[in-house]
Design a binder for this molecule. Structure first.
Ligand code: GRF
Length: 215
């Protein structure tokens, strides 16, 4: 069985979307994978309940506040992750910046979902910033994680229009609906070996480029 470890910090709606698809498509049969563990850096993250509701075999909390340094936190996090020998680690709303050392350790098997059309709006408050910038299109990106924050090789993007009268909440909801469709697909492609990180770029096999744009 190929193990996936998900890292979360909050609500866990992307995690839930993935668990739903994994169940509906019987990923445990093909491609022979399971979300083996969900790890949160926040003890009160609602996503931990999502994991339990879907019978994820392990949940854990590695509270960043309990560590004096980022490195100490990441060492504890890595120990927890490595206990499950994952083929893939998914940052599904994980709100801590990771050091280059950590990223290197999981290079090529670390995916993140970010709520903007990267390279536009890396960092926080992406929906607010998109509205302030007056862009017509906004969205989300699934990418391999690299040492530079929100700058790794792009796997897929989801595009939504910015509509008259949008506020942060409405725009965020429109983007999130696409995130929930995009992330499970990307994870499955990765598990099937159809999407991989090669020489700093994304290598595709049996995926049409058009499939990597979610509208
Ligand atoms: C999502 O918008 C994701 O793109 C970003 O954090 C948010 C997490 O939401 N990285 P949820 O916890 O999956 O509901």
């Amino acid at each position: 069985m190929k193990n996936i470890v998900c890292l979360i910090s909050g609500r866990g709606s992307n995690l839930e979307a993935m668990l739903q698809v994994a169940r509906a498509e019987a990923w445990h049969q093909a491609p022979g994978a399971q979300v083996a563990a969900v790890i949160s850096n926040r003890p009160d993250a609602p996503g931990l309940q999502v994991a339990r509701r879907f019978d994820v075999p392990a949940t854990a909390v590695v509270d960043h506040k309990a560590f004096a340094t980022r490195e100490a936190f990441e060492n504890a996090l890595a120990r927890e992750i490595d206990a499950h020998a994952p083929v893939l680690v998914v940052l599904a709303g994980f709100m801590r910046v990771l050091t280059p050392g950590f990223v290197t350790r999981y290079e090529g098997r670390l995916l993140n979902i970010h709520p903007s059309l990267l390279p536009s709006f890396p960092g926080l408050h992406t929906h607010r910033r998109a509205l302030a910038a007056g862009v017509r299109a906004h969205g989300a990106t699934v990418h391999f994680v690299s040492a530079e924050v929100d700058a790794g090789a792009i796997v897929a993007q989801a595009v939504v229009p910015v509509l008259p009268g949008d506020d942060e909440t409405r725009l965020a909801a429109r983007v999130l609906e696409r995130e929930h469709r995009m992330l499970p697909r990307c994870v499955r492609w990765y598990l099937e070996g159809r999407v991989a990180l090669r020489d700093g770029g994304v290598a595709l096999r049996d995926v049409e480029p058009g499939e990597l744009l979610f509208q």
